[in-house]
Design a protein around this ligand. Sequence first.
Ligand code: XUL
Ligand code: CO
Length: 431
Amino acid sequence: MSNFFGDLAPLSFDPEAEGLAFRAYNPDEVVLGKRLEDHLRFAIAYWHSFAWPGGDPFGGQTFERPWFGDGMDAARLKAEVAFEMFELLGASYFCFHDLDIRPEGASFTESKRNFEEIVAIFEEKMETAKVRLLWGTANLFSHRRFMSGAASNPDPDVFAWSAATVKSCMDATHRLKGENYVLWGGREGYETLLNTDLKQELDHMGRFLSMVVDYKHKIGFPGTILIEPKPQEPTKHQYDYDVATVFGFLQRFGLEKEVKVNIEQGHAILAGHSFEHEIALAQALGVFGSIDMNRNDYQSGWDTDQFPNNVPEVALAYYEILKGGGFTTGGTNFDAKLRRQSLDPEDLIAAHAGAMDICARGLKAAARMLEDDALEAPRRARYAGWETPEAQAMLTSDLASISARVEAGDVDPQPRSGRQEKLENIVNRYV
Ligand code: XUL
Ligand code: CO
């Protein structure tokens, strides 16, 4: 026991509790025939909770954590505390980058040895712990060697280093029975076209991703490979801008059946989309995989990775997820960090517990809207004209035949209300 969380006890579902508890998230509650926990599949992000020091562009570390430091002892203590927090929260899953869990070594081999030692500790802990691995990933963006990209780096040695790193992270994810493997291209983009061969960089990224997919099959990893879109930050132009861009990229390399997307709320907003738009589009294109649940500050325009706290927004996201059949290998990863003034260990627990409650409320509202056919009935009515034989025949017809019908006077378009406000009122009755 690290004693970092003092005498905090594991949280339970208790809407009337005075202190820390789940007020809406009852893991065993059955919604649409499935336990809430199995719908939501909550994951804790190792990086934000255990590796982030609380810095911002104007100041450094604010958090004092006994495991901050470079050595392996610190990494072991961090793992100890992480698993204690997973237990306090009853977390179903966690997610990590290689760099979150191990100190950087003097060579690739030393970094890998450090990494594998901590992975072995995770493996041992997971034999008795409840928590499972939602996804693993490689940090190919923090170290200065990645400043000009990883797979898209002009330097082939960085491409090689990145390939070796991803291989080691896929091996670790497979060993820990991870259900997905994520690629977020933090530095896969550019700052200025003046020094960038955009076409070559995209070609290299496509080749790199094909190698990742080949390696997945080679080692028999049964999980899903996920790309996480983001439009900017850290680079000015990120190649994986949004779901539509990623889908086009996957199609170009013939990978659209092999790779899905991990959609993050804050990234969707940075791309000028709503979260539910990105989810609905991924569902429509058959590439929906998983979500990173957070929110950004809507005024600052930065990727602030705050914990979610808006039920109506979250409800619309889960609505699209449930409508598409729910998660398969994916889940709800809290890619969210404390504000830098939230210093106390208890803040970490309160942030996650609150976020889990918000998500539970959102998912339950979404499930009720679906059960009541509250939005689908009016949506079906809006498209009902397409159920007639004439309308269906048009889809296998041609412009000239359609034109003949119109010219014969058989067609008379009548504008109808889209009823947006009425539909918004309906949603508000549920959230
Ligand atoms: C960065 C981000 C990452 C990915 C994993 O904005 O979202 O933490 O989720 O690399
Ligand atoms: Co993310």
